[in-house]
Write a protein that binds this ligand. Structure first.
Ligand SMILES: C[S@@+](CC[C@H](N)C(=O)[O-])C[C@H]1O[C@@H](n2cnc3c(N)ncnc32)[C@H](O)[C@@H]1O
Length: 246
């Protein structure tokens, strides 16, 4: 699958959802069957799960599923377009409990913008975890994000256990934290980053009277492969019209 192939696949449908770490694919495949008009992108790093779900999707002749095997953080940063998903699902993400490994977490303050960035404005993030410490860290990272409204669910999902891990943990009686985050509807060029992401911007130019109005905003097209390619196309068009004089 090349970047062009993915862009062509995404252009075929109006509505897309993303699931990160789909495991045995229960939620992804059920959703794809229930909503044939919606496209579902699944990311999974484990080859065994990826092949299992790919063969199930083939057997069920699903034409609304795109599966990508790879590391989610890398794929989100270099491959998937920003703001393409109406919903992002992350069920029982690996907690990486050692603090020196926290940057591998999907919901570390340093990485959370990659996940939130995949959501279109107004899109929703669904997360579940049984890991108490990581669950609190996820809440803190999401609740301190200016672009998200976060709700902790007091009851299970209305549709029942969504994944294999969830059904196993329910049987074991483990407490499960379920969250829904909603990305603010906003002017896409002026989205806020998580405060940790804002601190990561060392300098920005041109400067404005109040540097806070520059630092802390995503510059148009930055961190957005689609925006970058659109900007590049506009520059090329401008060069062409200035050479032809049209
Ligand atoms: C605890 S399992 C949960 C699986 C499934 N979501 C469920 O609830 O049954 C975590 C899954 O995330 C996948 N995973 C972990 N880190 C990942 C990463 N960086 N990128 C993509 N998938 C990842 C693992 O291979 C595994 O399938």
């Amino acid at each position: 699958l090349t970047l062009g192939d993915l862009a062509a696949a995404l252009a075929e449908r109006e509505s897309w959802q993303l699931e990160i770490g789909f495991g045995k694919g229960r939620h992804l495949l059920r959703s794809a069957v229930a909503h044939p008009e919606t496209g579902f992108v699944g990311i999974e790093v484990a080859a065994e799960y990826f092949r299992l779900v790919a063969s199930r999707a083939t057997r069920q002749a699903l034409d609304n599923v795109v599966l990508i095997r790879g590391d989610a953080l890398q794929l989100l940063s270099v491959y998937l377009p920003a703001r393409f998903a109406d919903a992002v699902h992350v069920y029982f993400p690996d907690p990486w409990p050692k603090s020196r490994h926290h940057k591998r977490r999907l919901f570390d303050p340093e990485t959370v913008d990659l996940v939130v960035g995949a959501l279109r404005p107004g899109g929703r993030l669904f997360v579940a975890t049984d890991h108490v410490e990581y669950g609190e860290a996820i809440c803190a990272a999401l609740e301190s994000h200016a672009n998200l409204r976060v709700e902790r669910l007091a009851t299970p999902w209305p549709d029942g256990a969504r994944t294999n891990y969830e059904s196993k943990y329910l049987e074991e009686g483990r407490p499960i934290l379920r969250l829904i985050g909603e990305r603010a509807p906003s002017n896409s060029a002026h989205d806020r980053l998580h405060p940790a992401g804002e601190r990561g911007i060392v300098e920005a130019w041109p400067r404005q009277a109040d540097p806070a109005t520059v630092v802390g905003h995503v510059l148009p097209g930055a961190a957005d492969p689609v925006g970058r390619s659109r900007a590049a196309a506009e520059r090329a068009q401008h060069r062409e019209s200035s050479t032809t004089g049209s």
